[in-house]
Design a binder for this molecule. Sequence first.
Ligand code: RB5
Length: 151
Amino acid sequence: MTSKKVAIASDHGGIALRKNIVSFLNKKDIDFEEFGPEVEESVDYPNLAFTVSEKVARGDAYRGILICGTGVGMSIAANKVHGIRCALVSDTFTAHATREHNDSNVLALGARVTGPGLALDIVKIWLETEYEGGRHAKRLSQIEQFENTQG
Ligand code: RB5
């Protein structure tokens, strides 16, 4: 059975937002595992993205949240992991749509782009919104089939 845990990581650019999101998860009694630096010394985002994404891909966590300055580096790295559908989100409409249509299992946020209030709204919507399946399933399976042709 897939875990109900959320894996969350940030680089140095995302520490403050990560802490805000962790407080929210704690308040909502959502189980989580946290990675990333405690102090703002520079760290490279790829390994943090791979750690969280592999947890999700293996089913050790059911969702992942990744934060860097723009969210771009984290999302690029996360989407290299087989089975990961990472969405870089900076608005609430996309937070809904990427769960309903893409069944995104990792959320990337840009701490230098998206303010903390909006970021928390995005996290809440993204965690609560269910995948719609139906016509979207065929598209996701096309992505999965292509992924399976890659090394
Ligand atoms: C770190 O300076 C910055 O490059 C990183 O946080 C992120 O924005 C990369 O995409």
